[in-house]
Design a protein around this ligand. Structure first.
Ligand SMILES: Cc1ncc(COP(=O)(O)O)c(/C=N/[C@@H](CCC(=O)O)COc2ccccc2)c1O
Length: 363
């Protein structure tokens, strides 16, 4: 198969503290195995939600009670539950370019969607106001896929938008908020919301492993009441074992240690990769969205299409993704732009990876 050096969709299992995770699992099972006998609360084990609420308050300034947290096996599944709490004729505003799978999920649920323009600060307020959207999905910490970090001023404008008409909500997908390099981390939109307009979504897919399928959403009280009324019959979609292990992993401080260690390692990988790319490609490339997260964008000032570069790369055995895959409407004229992940890029592979990229672009 194709080499996935630049994959933005995979974590590096070698970075995961498997031994510590397994001892947390053993400890959780020994102490709380009784919980496995029954169906637990559909929102997830209460004590696990208490731990997550504390962690969110410390790390992201999210203000919530454990009662407001819903654990789910993936952001998409939680989004499906959320759409069932909102009016059928809700119009969902999604960032363009944005998280395609969310667009595809909402479309598969026959929801009305409108694509909204972004700029280097994230979603554009004029585009949002001109649209008919009443629920906005946005990724303010590190816009997916461009990496834009939304400044406080734009966040305040978003909250004003949400408070200026009934039935408006902002879904803050705080994906990729764990890894900050040059930018100081800006507290969550949810923490600034005083009027129950923000639904906060997060995931352990990037900070731990996507295979754990541990994601969560924080519902404002009015939606929580609706959840309790209309979705109380649901069973929790996350394994109780994974929930209890995660709780132990956070409570023993292993999670915080892991984030510190991986941030240091990712910071080195990211800096080395950008240096090597600039050495090799010089001023025919420009890098953006590299201030946080586990990927950045590289656009090429050459007369080739993204498709040609992708195909040429596949000839050389290298998997690449272009920015085009994140557009729901037609891709506007722009320089060929690739999304380059570095979470799974070992420093020993970098020279080969950059060499293959060079051949894909120039041969
Ligand atoms: C905007 C956004 N929000 C949430 C998620 C996470 O969803 P969850 O795992 O269901 O909680 C992703 C995953 N996005 C994935 C790429 C999507 C794509 O390009 O198609 C990338 O996910 C990972 C990247 C590195 C390491 C581990 C995972 C999301 O891009």
């Amino acid at each position: 198969g194709l080499k996935k050096y630049f994959s933005h969709m995979s974590a590096d299992i070698h970075m995961f503290p498997l031994e510590k995770w397994l001892s947390c699992e053993e400890q959780a099972l020994k102490k709380k195995k009784k919980l496995l006998e029954e169906y637990i609360d559909p929102q997830g084990v209460y004590s696990v939600r208490q731990t997550i609420a504390r962690f969110l308050s410390q790390s992201r300034g999210v203000r919530c009670y454990p009662e407001q947290i819903v654990l789910g096996s993936g952001t998409q599944l939680l989004t499906r539950q959320l759409t069932k709490l909102l009016p059928k004729d809700t119009i969902y505003g999604l960032e363009e370019p944005g998280y395609q799978r969310m667009y595809q999920l909402l479309k598969s649920e026959d929801r009305s969607i409108t694509s909204l323009e972004i700029d280097w600060k994230g979603i554009r307020i004029d585009a949002l106001q001109a649209s008919m959207a009443n629920v906005l999905f946005t990724t303010p910490s590190h816009q997916f896929p461009t990496g834009a970090i939304m400044p406080i001023s734009r966040r305040i404008q978003l909250l004003n938008w949400a408070n200026s008409a009934p039935d408006r909500y902002i879904v803050e997908d705080d994906y990729d908020s764990e890894y900050k390099y040059d930018a100081d981390s800006i507290p969550s939109l949810q923490g600034m919301d005083g009027a129950s307009r923000v639904i906060y979504m997060g995931s352990f897919s990037k900070s731990l492993l996507p295979g754990l399928r541990m994601s969560y959403m924080v519902l404002p009280i009015p939606l929580l009441e609706m959840y309790r009324r209309s979705l109380h019959f649901l069973m929790s979609s996350c394994s109780t074992i994974t929930q209890l292990t995660l709780q132990a992993f956070i409570e023993t401080g292993e999670y915080q240690k892991h984030i510190k260690k991986t941030t240091k390692l990712y910071r080195i990988r990211r800096a080395m990769l950008i240096d090597k790319l600039l050495d090799k490609f010089g001023d025919c490339i420009s890098v953006e969205g590299e201030k946080s997260g586990l990927h950045f964008l590289v656009s090429f000032d050459i007369d080739r299409t993204e498709e040609q570069i992708k195909r040429q790369a596949e000839e050389k055995g290298l998997l690449l993704y272009g920015i085009s895959r994140f557009y729901n409407q037609s891709v506007p004229p722009r320089k060929p732009t690739l999304i380059l992940g570095f979470a799974n890029m070992r420093t020993t592979d970098m020279d080969e990876a950059v060499g293959l990229l060079w051949e894909a672009v120039f041969n």
